[in-house]
Write a protein that binds this ligand. Structure first.
Ligand code: FES
Length: 86
């Protein structure tokens, strides 16, 4: 499982916390340093921001982009509103 930016020792739990507070990828990256080293974590960080998940399987960049696209489509369809109404 992938759970952190190794270069800057930033947990994806911290990334998710910042995303929940409304910060963008750029703001999170600036604040924590994640995605500014080798860049390997960037596709994963995008998934964390889109889904809130903090323990991710090893994925290709393309697979991560597909997960982000699915999560964003789900949000656009009102999926997150349905969940909060339960
Ligand atoms: S693992 Fe995050 S920048 Fe290298």
């Amino acid at each position: 499982m992938v759970e952190r930016c190794v270069c800057h020792d930033v947990s994806f739990s911290r990334v998710a916390e910042l995303a929940r507070s409304g910060q963008t990828l750029e703001q999170i990256s600036e604040q924590t340093g994640c995605c500014t080293g080798c860049g390997t974590c960037e596709p994963y960080v995008r998934v964390v921001i889109a889904t809130g998940r903090t323990r991710l399987p090893v994925m290709t960049e393309r697979q991560a982009a597909e997960v982000v696209a699915q999560a964003e489509a789900w949000k656009r369809s009102g999926g997150d509103r349905d969940k909060s109404a339960q």
